[in-house]
Design a protein around this ligand. Structure first.
Ligand code: IPT
Length: 271
């Protein structure tokens, strides 16, 4: 059997972690994995990547491309009998998927800051084109509203450390500074730490920073980053297990979708 993986930019954290976890689990089970990278986030490009995989005679497809529900449904239909599992869609949609619960992650970050007494909280979101980035943002707003709070400021990055740096420089250059910032991923949080340092703002004494992902490097940031952990190893392994189960062609044992929890990892960027 051969499994196909259609993925966004492998230079980003989630795609690279998934590619590696999926490859190694498939290898253990004696499957091959072929990867097709999607250059931009248009439905057309995702379809082209899927076609490329089908041409290579894959038996099932994993899709790590942020897709709107209707687009993901169109891809599922398009693939016909070929099982398709999604990694970056809305958990509310009835698609076959393995996802991290964005509401839990958002709640953990907000609750942690509120418990420390923060009320002036800024948000640094991921790109609006990303389903997960939007869900994290909505989760933060929802949790803040549940405590009669609104964000002090909201800015949008593109997941890169460079964008985190630029956005944080802008935020830290305003008269009214946040006491804490929730960041949609650790790479952007790395840029925020550097901007704080460059602006003479002490972390965590003057500014608390919470990331999202828990990359292997995050414990080595200065200071070590408090973050929301997503276990990509677990998710990659489970996605292969479940897709393979679909290939057994026994509808009675078709697996369900899975919603994974996130964990708050408290390090030294919050006080
Ligand atoms: C999300 C990561 O949190 C972020 O760091 C970035 O790698 C992004 O993926 C790329 O799409 S995780 C999300 C796909 C569940």
């Amino acid at each position: 059997f051969t499994l196909g993986l259609a993925s966004t930019d492998l230079a980003l954290h989630a795609p690279s972690q998934w590619a590696s976890a999926i490859k190694s689990r498939a290898h253990q089970l004696g499957y091959h994995v072929v990867i097709s990278m999607v250059e931009d986030l248009q439905l057309q490009s995702c379809r082209a990547a899927v076609n490329e995989l089908i041409a290579q005679r894959v038996d099932g497809i994993l899709i790590n491309v942020p897709l709107e529900t209707t687009d993901a449904q169109a891809i599922t239909q398009y693939c016909g009998d070929l099982p398709v599992l999604f990694l970056d869609v809305d958990p509310q949609a009835s698609l076959f998927s393995i996802l991290f619960d964005p509401d839990t992650g958002a709640r953990q970050g907000v609750a942690h800051l509120l418990a420390l007494g923060h009320r002036q909280i800024a948000l640094l979101t991921g790109p609006e084109t990303s389903v997960s980035a939007r869900l994290r943002y909505q989760g933060w707003l929802h949790e803040l509203a549940a405590h009669q709070l609104t964000p002090l400021r909201v800015m949008e990055g593109d997941w890169s450390a460079a964008s985190g740096y630029q956005c944080a420089l802008t935020m830290l250059n305003q008269p009214k500074l946040p006491t804490a910032i929730l960041v949609a991923n650790d790479q952007m949080a790395l840029g925020v730490l550097r901007a704080a340092h460059a602006s003479g703002v002490a972390v965590p004494q003057q500014l608390s920073v919470v990331g999202y992902d828990d990359t292997q490097d995050s414990a080595y940031f200065q200071p070590p980053l408090t973050t929301i952990r997503q276990d990509f190893q677990l998710s990659g392994r489970e996605s292969v297990n479940r897709l393979v189960q679909m290939l057994q062609k026994n509808p009675a044992s078709y697996p369900d979708s899975l919603l994974l929890n996130t964990t708050l990892i408290q390090r030294q960027t919050t006080a």
